[in-house]
Write a protein that binds this ligand. Structure first.
Ligand code: G6P
Length: 615
């Protein structure tokens, strides 16, 4: 969703801000804007110059062409907006000025009481947009008596809602003020220059040194340093952290889309996720982030996995793993449901919050609720320093590297594998034998190479997508550990190609979904060689009897598959529990190629955002 980037230093701000906005594009947005404080030119009456545009960053870049003089300055803020309050218009795009054209702000989040605040500000303030953010700009202006940080502090006392906020004032060409409550902000520390952004991605090209603001903190950033305060005006010490992602990882590296690049990243990032976390001799895994004694681990009677979107389907893979390897009752819940029901939690419950971004608002709220109710809560998160990672205090990074396509691919694989490793770690303290543990680790080591064999079929899967691109509906079928795989495959197809699809456990077809079967409703089914092979085979026969076209995902060497299907994609065999790590990939490729063929905006599908920070 919305993204913020700010810069103060000795270089021209505008190109840095524009590039920053491009790096934030992945979050999803519908308009963008840049403001630069021009402290060098006198020709321009208003010292802060602002340019905004509806649509892609390219539209903003076009408007900025030839404006180098006007937009000159070494301090500035910029924003990508994902509309919540007010339509997608240039007037509603950020940054927003207050009345006198001296104070300007960009804001992520929602100010819930903005209507009351607007009324309270009254006729003395002229509003030019429909946004809650503009009200906040005027509110800060109304408290301004010469000290910008204090004005921001005072204004925020009157707000209800969430914010990640950056403020600039023409009388203060030497500072940016930033504040956070519920919407992340990270300070990037360069050499004589500082950055502020809603996540670290736009900073990777400039610095790896960062400091994360916590909720209720306000920072004053200048060219010589930054100071952090709480809302009681007390100074707060910040530790500087080093992020181990690099800018190269955040580029397309020759691929036409981030989604394809990230699908092809999977063999490498899977190795990153498991490196140093298994112990072959003991047939177990060691995920230090669990921070739990073996005695406490044995005392866990129930595991709850909470997540949204693709992370939820990865959590379903986790359920199979925890129950099979560790024999622990495991529940999976969509975070937005968990937070509003009355989950039964006691001191023997372990909750894992699974999130790529570590910022999804529902998952975060669920974490807080689970903590309040006394559960052990651990994160399984990709983005380093993200809110869920920090609020869970302990947990495991999945090491998928920057994931920039809105539709998640490599994070799903790494979340799944981390849960399998956790399940093994718990399992080895319970009933999983040494031999099973060792067999699993051996099989896991072979996965990257097997993934490469599937990726080599990308062109063949593209041809398949061409063949089926005229259909309006798809049905995905799987059983057992492949049920979450087809849910994810169907989810991917919907997200990026906008084709309607449904996923069912194949055993459930007779209870309703059979009514949909017809030659117009192709079925993509997983029938790999595992304990449910024969059951799945019978289900496919039923589908064929109803004249639906069948695309089968079958194990290499399965000579019967061809006779059951119109088309077959072969995948290497592995241990049943590890099948999602392989079987998901052809479905990701199918969705990707279908989306490209249909001319969709693959990396930024309509109406979707990468990181959902509002409810
Ligand atoms: C959004 C994204 C999905 C993602 C989901 C959960 O809907 O578009 O790709 O799976 O949020 O995000 P999280 O960052 O918590 O994994």
């Amino acid at each position: 969703m919305c993204g913020i980037i700010g810069y103060i230093g000795n270089k021209e701000a505008m190109p840095i801000l524009l590039q920053g906005l491009r790096r934030l594009e992945y979050r999803g947005y519908d308009s963008a804007g840049i403001a630069v404080l021009n402290d060098q030119e006198t020709k321009y009456k208003i010292q802060i110059q602002r340019i905004r545009a509806v649509g892609k960053i390219d539209a903003l870049a076009d408007k900025l062409k030839g404006k180098d003089k006007e937009m000159k300055g070494t301090i500035g803020i910029a924003h990508t907006r994902w509309a919540t309050h007010g339509g997608v218009t240039e007037e509603n795009a950020h940054p927003h000025f207050a009345c006198d054209g001296k104070l300007i702000i960009a804001h992520n989040g929602i100010i819930e009481n903005y209507r009351q605040l607007k009324e309270h500000l009254g006729a003395n303030h002229e509003f030019k947009s429909e946004t809650d953010t503009e009200v906040l700009a005027h509110l800060i202006e109304s408290h301004y008596t010469g000290d910008l940080r204090h004005a921001v502090e005072k204004a925020l006392m009157h707000t209800r809602g969430t914010y990640g906020l950056v403020v600039m004032h023409a009388d203060h060409p030497d500072k940016i003020v930033a504040a956070r409550l519920g919407s992340p902000l990270v300070v990037g520390i360069g050499d004589g220059e500082y950055y502020i952004a809603s996540d670290a991605t736009p900073l990777l090209a400039y610095t790896k040194k960062v400091a994360f603001l916590n909720d209720g903190e306000i920072a004053e950033i200048s060219r010589t340093g930054f100071e952090t305060y709480n809302l009681r005006d007390e100074s707060v010490a910040k530790c500087v952290e080093e992020i181990d992602w690099n800018d190269e990882q955040a580029q397309k590296q020759g691929y036409p889309h981030f989604m394809l690049k990230e699908i092809f990243d999977q063999p490498t990032v899977l190795e990153d996720a498991i490196r140093g976390r298994t112990n072959l001799e003991d047939g177990t895994a060691h995920l230090g982030g669990l921070s739990m004694s073996e005695e406490k681990m044995r005392g866990i009677h129930r595991i709850i996995l909470i997540a949204c979107g693709t992370a939820y389907y990865a959590a379903m893979v986790g359920k199979y793993a925890f129950e099979r390897l560790a024999g622990i009752t495991t529940e999976v819940d969509v975070a937005s449901e968990f937070r509003y029901r009355d989950p039964v939690i006691d001191e023997h419950t372990l909750v894992f919050a699974i999130s790529q971004s570590g910022e999804t608002i529902d998952t975060l709220a669920a974490v807080r609720e689970a903590k309040r109710r006394g559960a052990f809560v651990r994160g399984i998160v990709n983005v380093i320093g993200s809110t869920i990672a920090r609020e869970t205090g302990a947990g495991t990074y999945i090491h998928a590297g920057p994931e920039l396509a809105v539709a998640s691919t490599k994070a799903y694989i790494n979340m799944s594998v981390i849960m399998i490793l956790y399940a093994l770690q718990f399992g080895r303290l319970r009933h999983t034998t040494l031999a099973t543990g060792q067999r699993l680790i051996h099989a896991l080591m072979e996965i990257p190479e097997k993934m490469n064999k599937i990726l080599e079929q990308s062109e063949a899967i593209k041809k398949l997508a061409e063949k089926y691109s005229g259909y309006k509906n798809f049905l995905f079928l799987g059983r057992g550990i492949n049920y979450p795989v087809v849910l994810e495959g169907s989810h991917k197809l919907k997200e990026v190609s906008y084709i309607h699809s449904e996923a069912y456990p194949a055993g459930e077809m007779k209870h309703g979904v059979n009514a949909l079967l017809s030659p117009e409703f192709p079925v993509l089914a997983i029938m790999t060689k595992n304990q449910l092979y024969e059951k799945m085979r019978s289900n496919i026969e039923e589908v064929r009897a109803r004249k639906s076209k069948v695309i089968l995902l079958a194990s290499e060497g399965d000579t019967e598959a061809q006779s059951l299907a119109d088309d077959v994609i072969y995948v290497p065999q592995t241990m049943e529990l590890l099948e999602p790590l392989l079987n998901t990939i052809p479905l990701q490729l199918f969705a990707y190629h279908m989306a490209v063929l249909l001319g969709r905006d693959v990396d930024r599908p309509r109406n979707l955002a990468k990181s959902v920070t509002v409810e």
